[in-house]
Design a protein around this ligand. Structure first.
Ligand code: AMP
Length: 468
């Protein structure tokens, strides 16, 4: 008998169910419980869900179910046209999504491939040319392949825009518009986003047809199972404090392993990883200057426990799927309050309890207040009694003015600041095409550089090309 608490009641094929069982999924996550039936019905979806909620299976399982009747064991590429396209903002997210989809289709003749930039095109070209039903891609690289006629999107039945807010932040709107224009008009469209700005609503109004709204947790909410600690100290005490935390906050007061430490600048990222290594900790740095291979290697080492501490910047960490991470440390208070939610979203996933510790200095008080406002909470800020302050390295002294390019190049800064206004969008019924001016209350946590006034017009102009 099918049980609404497990996967059997969705009407998924036994081949899919068996793959899910092998993955160890027993109970659908809330987004899966809501999204799977809606996607199975063929409806468009606008989903409010972050990475870590199980949203990939939420859209991938019903997509696979819908494509199964077309599955072919033939070797002919013509029998394996692209029927589902999943667009993702980063290589890491694309890779992880494809990894999961490949496991879900493992027992079926359906094929999945992934294409993203920064790596050799040839293996991707070979995969595309041999035929693939489910294609996961970052927008730029997909356009390169389309230009070279390595694949065609003329038979796409379902398209997914994953982490749509990130794609807009990263300036992908023109690329997305070009890609959407190449898809058949008759299709199912799904969009997932962790936050909902005016631009996202406009994109949804143009891209989705009478979408079902699916929301799992109130956005900007912090999971209940998360313990958050904030310590105030002097900049010169931070390294010593971090070392102390790493050596005392593990199980039974011992050493912590698998800790993700966030910093704001890549210069800081390198420096801190080096200082931790000098202190005998297996640490690695992951930032925007690292190649895709280096990032993957660091991530793999981290997942397999050969690297104890991964020091990361926001850009590099975006989209990383690291489950069962017990502790996340904010060595710096993030510049944008929203990044705090993304950072600590790496822990406390899937019902696990998580701990997040943030080190702040007097000059970071405003940034901390912005996080409190966005997350609707008041931190208990404690002082940290550092036993032995560590001297900063001479070559990259932290108190020296840091060159601007030392910070991660964040495309979203050029496009517009990423902080999203808190609004009651999801409390209201969906009105196609409606993105009324003034419907959104004043932003709760605006970064120093306010959004350009011309931005909405620019977005509207770009979107006009994809009206369905
Ligand atoms: P996602 O939000 O799709 O990136 O998923 C986050 C993680 O949760 C991935 O590692 C998935 O493999 C895992 N996951 C997804 N659905 C389930 C489930 N129903 N039960 C347990 N783990 C899941």
């Amino acid at each position: 008998m099918s049980d609404p608490k497990d996967f059997t009641h969705f009407g998924l094929d036994p081949l899919i169910l068996s793959a899910i069982t092998e993955m160890g999924y027993a109970t659908p996550t809330p987004i899966q419980a809501k999204a799977i039936p809606v996607v199975m019905k063929g409806l468009d979806v606008m989903g409010a869900a972050q990475t870590g909620t199980g949203k990939t299976a939420g859209f991938a399982l019903p997509i696979i179910q819908k494509l199964l009747p077309h599955a072919s064991a033939s070797m002919s590429p013509a029998r394996h046209p692209v029927r589902a396209l999943i667009l993702a903002p980063t290589r890491e997210l694309a890779d992880q999504t494809a990894d999961n989809v490949k496991k879900y289709v493992a027992k079926t003749p359906l094929r999945c491939a992934v294409v993203y930039g920064g790596v050799d095109m040839d293996p991707q070209t070979a995969a595309l040319r041999s035929g693939v039903e489910i294609l996961v891609a970052t927008p730029g690289r997909l356009l390169d392949h389309l230009q070279q006629k390595n694949t065609s999107l003329s038979q796409v039945q379902i398209v997914v825009l994953d982490e749509a807010d990130r794609m807009l932040d990263m300036g992908f709107l023109p690329d997305i518009s070009r890609i959407l224009n190449l898809l058949p008009k008759e299709r199912q469209s799904l969009m997932f986003s962790a936050t909902f700005s005016e631009e996202i609503k406009k994109l949804a109004a143009n891209f989705l047809h009478d979408p079902q709204l699916i929301e799992v947790a109130r956005r900007n909410a912090i999971a209940d199972n998360m313990t958050q600690e904030v310590f105030k100290l002097h900049e010169s005490e931070k390294v010593a404090a971090l070392l102390e935390l790493l050596s005392t906050r593990g199980p039974d007061g011992g050493r912590l392993t698998q800790v993700l430490v966030f910093v704001n600048a890549k210069i800081e990222c390198r420096r801190l990883a080096r200082q931790l290594q000098k202190a005998g900790i297996n640490a690695d740095a992951i930032h925007g200057d690292k190649t895709q291979d280096e990032r993957m290697k660091a991530l793999e080492g981290f997942k397999t426990d050969t690297i104890e501490v991964l020091v990361a910047t926001d850009v590099a960490a975006r989209g990383l799927d690291i489950v069962e991470l017990p502790v996340v440390i904010n060595y710096d208070v993030p510049f944008a309050a929203e990044d705090y939610i993304h950072r600590i979203g790496r822990t406390g996933r899937a019902g696990m309890s998580g701990l997040t510790i943030m080190l702040m200095t007097g000059s970071e008080e405003r940034a901390v207040a912005a996080i409190e406002k966005l997350t609707k909470q008041k931190f208990e800020i404690r002082t940290f009694d550092v036993k032995q302050p560590t001297r900063p390295e001479r070559s990259e002294h932290r108190d020296r003015p840091v060159r601007r390019d030392a910070f991660e190049r964040r495309p979203e800064r050029a496009y517009g600041p990423p902080a999203q206004p808190i609004d009651d969008f999801f409390s209201k019924p969906y009105e196609p095409g409606a993105a009324p001016a003034g419907a959104v209350p004043a932003p709760a946590a605006q970064p120093a550089s306010a959004p350009g006034k011309e931005k909405p017009a620019r977005v509207a102009a770009l979107l006009s090309g994809i009206k369905r």
